[in-house]
Design a protein around this ligand. Structure first.
Ligand code: NAP
Length: 433
């Protein structure tokens, strides 16, 4: 299949535009790479830039040589694996078996498995890709590493967020060698133990998405509900009761009315779990009890929910450009407040104040109730008002003082009760420790 995907990730221009990548000193350690795809190209560039000599093994070196930095040697697989002690296997699991013809040359060497299974492959195979590679090459030492680093990160260089490289192997020496290489490339090796941990390491990139799964489903669910609600009020009601065809509103106007509602409710859902957690701590009189799982997960997903709220607000801004200024202006203030999600709670309060002042009179006009359904903004006010009222309540000195004490470790039931035997004159004594 031709198209964008066929284009190399690193362009030739990029590769050699940095003259430091063009020449590597002769005494530099030599590293082999099997494969000439996206990952191999980015890895070769990073290794050359970090002072390593690189030799790439390809089934068709003539075709791929031009895509690598000129300092990297691109040759046939057999030749590429003959001299380096460490060889990166940058091919997919299903092609590992095709490398078995190299078994003899690879004997005694370190193979670095960089592969990432898809979710389906991960469920399908009980043994990790690295363990599978080790079973195909019993005379080699397999190290699992670099799978959490994307070709793009390798190309752009390590950033704070993704500097960590989990590494595991049954051979501490091999692990150390690969860890030193990771350090030399600017990454932070993290020892994950033996090769038995490879399955866990391979699951790491798969776990990045689930953090977004529930928040995304929540945002989609809210969008569908508000969209349906706005559809009934703004399109269906005029059509059925006033014979007006307003279906043209569906792609832009209804979506644009829906987006700020979703952004606004999502923003309040960022703060609601904190309010619930505080209420629970007050009720229990301690912070040393686990929150229920659902609340724990909710607290952990606040960042994603906040970002989705920002995304909806930004989309709303984009949509507003598609509408005449008159209409766009209607949502300007809510949008402005919600867009500034970094201001967090201030944005929530501002949006609520705006929505209240904008809609206070309208909320009581009979004509606004289409099919007896209240205007959408009155619905969206529900959760934010609960959050703001609860937060205001927690500011009351008697409550806030208690909450602060709980959060500093005080416990209502922290007193230890000593009960003396009944034959003692004192039936019960309580000691506060
Ligand atoms: P790719 O672009 O498809 O490259 C795979 C390479 O495998 C091909 O260029 C090919 O090179 C080589 N190969 C060797 N034997 C093969 C065979 N029998 N059939 C087909 N190809 C064969 O894939 P990639 O994105 O570089 O990924 C390579 C490995 O890195 C995968 O295991 C992947 O999970 C892992 N990884 C990739 C990324 C990423 O961002 N791309 C990130 C982390 C991990 P020759 O034709 O020159 O032999």
């Amino acid at each position: 299949m031709s198209g964008e995907m066929d284009k190399p990730l690193i362009s030739l221009h990029l590769v050699d535009s940095d003259s430091s990548l063009a020449k590597v000193p002769d005494e530099a350690p030599k590293v082999g790479i099997l494969g000439s795809g996206d990952f191999a190209r980015s890895l070769a560039t990073r290794l050359v830039g970090s002072g390593f000599k690189v030799v790439v093994g390809s089934r068709n070196p003539k075709r791929t040589a031009g895509l690598f930095p000129s300092a990297a040697q691109v040759t046939f697989q057999e030749e590429a694996v003959s001299s380096p002690e460490v060889i990166f296997v940058a091919v997919f699991r299903e092609h590992y078996a095709s490398l078995c013809s190299l078994s003899e040359q690879l004997a005694g060497k370190i193979l670095v498995d960089v592969s990432n299974p898809t979710e389906q492959e991960h469920l399908q195979h009980r043994e990790s890709n690295a363990e599978y590679l080790a079973s195909l090459f019993p005379t080699c030492t397999v190290v699992k590493a670099f799978n959490v680093i994307s070709a793009w990160t390798l190309q752009a260089g390590p950033r704070d967020g993704n500097r960590q490289v989990p590494i595991c192997s049954d051979q501490p020496e091999a692990k150390r060698a690969v860890s030193e290489m990771a350090l030399a490339m600017g990454f932070m090796p993290v020892d994950m133990g033996s090769l038995a941990s490879a399955r866990e390491v391979e699951a790491m990139p798969l776990r990045l998405l689930p953090a977004w799964k529930v928040p995304t489903l929540l945002a989609l669910g809210l969008f569908v509900c508000f969209y349906a609600y706005n559809f009934v009020r703004d399109v269906l009601q005029p059509y059925m009761q006033e014979s007006q065809n307003k279906f043209f509103k569906l792609p832009v106007s209804v979506v644009n009315t829906t987006l700020p509602c979703v952004a606004y409710v999502l923003l309040s859902l960022v703060y609601l779990p904190g309010v619930l957690a505080a209420a629970l701590q007050l009720r229990r009189g301690t912070k040393y009890q686990r929150f229920p799982d659902w609340l724990d997960h909710w607290l952990q997903h606040r960042k994603q929910i906040g970002l989705l709220s920002f995304f909806c607000a930004a989309l709303h801004a984009l949509y507003s450009f598609c509408l005449p200024l008159r209409r766009a202006h209607r949502y300007d203030l809510v949008n402005l407040a919600v867009k500034q999600s970094s201001l967090g709670f201030v944005a929530l309060v501002l949006s609520t104040l705006h929505t209240l002042t904008y809609g206070w009179t309208r909320a009581f006009e009979e004509s606004r109730y289409k099919f007896y359904l209240p205007p959408t903004f009155t619905l969206t006010l529900l959760v934010p008002c609960v959050v703001i009222l609860a937060k205001a309540l927690f500011l009351l000195p008697c409550i806030s003082r208690r909450l602060t004490r709980i959060r500093r470790g005080w416990e209502r039931d922290g007193a230890i009760k000593f009960t003396l035997p009944m034959d003692h004159a004192l039936a019960e004594k309580t000691s506060h420790v």
